[in-house]
Write a new protein. Structure first.
Length: 492
């Protein structure tokens, strides 16, 4: 085996080969390499407004290179649903507008909300010029020339039903949702916008809620949206209904309620309701405070039949009471009527807060699963045999000192220096019951004011829940501070 050549010999051979390469050849290699790098840079990294030479332009056309930064972008996503995307249709009557106009005016926002109030005839002179506080009006179309007209049994209900179609024709650009409601219904617009924003408005949606009463649902349908509570149709479904509506009237001229007509029409087209518990038909009578103080864990969207229940705040008429509730809603609609429960263990007290409406103190420790049930202070729309309501209630407890609450009502709202929302609740009358002996005879009768502190920066998420802490300021004043619940925190 031969030995490898010495290192000196290897170096000498390399130097000989290097000397044979002329300086001209080196320059050619460098020039070609530089041109290649420059061409690559121009093709790949040149900005869109860079002007190429004719030669390079020809090359770029013959040998295109995909540049991700200059490729066509996807169409921009639709902006989130806002108030301008909703068209409201308020069904009214000139016979009752004088008394009911205040309800829709409490939530209508001139030059912001879109839509109309529909009447059976033009407004009379006492309403002209038309108030800017009300929705613009329209008069429903005359259908007396329809071939089916003689067969229609409830003509005013057909007028109301056709408002869906007439509203769609009036809708205008960028409409995503059509919301139908009555002239004695209160709509909570901010919550409604957020709720409808959960849904894909390019798909057909029929969103609403049935009645609180078993009999009403039995008479019509458990799967029907009650129009007084309000319901929403997405644009695609509203367009389809508008096209098929008169055909539905021809098939069902005998139906006596407009909501039933729409329900039957949608069923024939293959569509079903999506329930949203925040819509409230309020098929109740009398004192609805026990219902409003224990709202389900969902955003408040509407309240109907305001003129059939007592004023919701004591010592106020109905319009004033609604406007008072709206003061709280104008500051933080996400928490309005939402129930928050906490405890003061040293005195064995339970607190149930209905934000912006009421504060209840119980002289006993009660679990949240029990306090979620409404107090049955109200009566059903129609008397009937049990079961009466679509939810569990606490009945027959208002004379029990351990189960009857001390009731305080919303009085005022402000922001403090720490940028918290402060709502104040005042006692309007004594409970007039002895203390609860089972839990130590700790009377709450002396508490006349409760101040509630909640975040001004963080709204309550839909179907969310908060916890709270109680601090006794003195014998007459109590403070309740809202906070996020701890992981696994038990409210019992």
């Amino acid at each position: 085996m031969s030995s490898p050549p010495p290192i000196t010999s290897t170096i000498a051979n390399f130097q000989a080969k290097l000397s044979s390469i002329s300086l001209g050849n080196v320059c050619k290699v460098l020039a070609v390499s530089g041109l290649a790098l420059f061409t690559l840079y121009v093709f790949v990294f040149s900005p869109p407004n860079y002007q190429l030479s004719d030669f390079l332009t020809t090359l770029k056309q013959k040998f295109p290179i995909n540049n991700p930064s200059s490729s066509p972008s996807l169409p921009p996503a639709d902006p989130p649903t806002n108030i301008s995307h909703i068209v409201f249709s308020i069904v009214g009557s000139m016979n009752t507008w004088k008394y009911k106009r205040y309800y829709s005016e409490s939530w209508w926002r001139p030059n912001v909300t879109r839509g109309h109030v529909f009447f059976e005839r033009p407004p009379s002179g006492e309403f002209l010029p038309w108030s800017n506080s009300s929705a613009p009006f329209r008069v429903n179309e005359d259908i007396s020339s329809f071939a089916v007209y003689p067969k229609i049994r409830w003509r005013d209900q057909v007028r109301i039903f056709r408002t869906v179609m007439e509203s769609f024709r009036e809708g205008g650009p960028n409409a995503r949702w059509y919301v139908m409601t009555d002239d004695d219904t209160i709509i909570f617009v901010d919550n409604l916008v957020k709720t409808l924003g959960k849904y894909d408005d390019k798909k057909p949606w029929y969103i609403g809620m049935n009645s609180e009463c078993v009999k009403s649902n039995f008479d019509f349908s458990y799967d029907m949206a009650f129009g007084g509570a309000g319901y929403a149709l997405s644009y695609p479904l509203a367009a389809l209904v508008a096209k098929r509506l008169d055909g539905c009237i021809e098939r069902y001229p005998y139906l006596r309620v407009s909501d039933q007509m729409l329900f039957q029409c949608l069923s024939d087209l293959g569509f079903s309701i999506t329930h949203e518990k925040g819509f409230h038909q309020v098929d109740l009578r009398g004192d609805a405070s026990g219902f409003l103080s224990y709202h389900p864990q969902t955003p408040l969207l509407s309240l109907h039949h305001i003129d059939l229940i007592n004023p919701i705040f004591p010592n106020m008429d109905r319009p004033a009471a609604i406007n008072h509730l709206m003061k709280a809603g104008a500051v933080d609609q996400s928490r309005l009527l939402q129930q928050t429960i906490c405890y003061h263990r040293p005195l064995n007290w339970s607190f149930s807060m209905s934000w912006g409406y009421s504060a209840h103190i119980y002289e006993a420790i009660m679990a949240r699963n029990y306090l979620k049930r409404p107090l049955e202070t109200f009566a059903p729309f129609e008397r009937t045999k049990a079961p009466v309501f679509m939810f569990n209630t606490r009945w027959g407890v208002l004379n029990n000192p351990c189960e009857a609450p001390h009731v305080l009502y919303f009085e005022s709202i402000e922001r403090d220096r720490e940028d918290r929302i402060v709502t104040t609740y005042l006692r309007k009358w004594a409970r007039n019951l002895p203390p609860c002996a089972v839990y130590g005879n700790h009377s709450a009768e002396s508490v006349s004011k409760i101040r509630v502190f909640s975040s001004a920066k963080v709204p309550l998420e839909a179907e969310g829940v908060e916890c709270c802490d109680v601090r006794m300021v003195d014998m007459n004043v109590t403070e309740v501070s809202y906070r996020p619940c701890y992981h696994g925190e038990v409210m019992a």
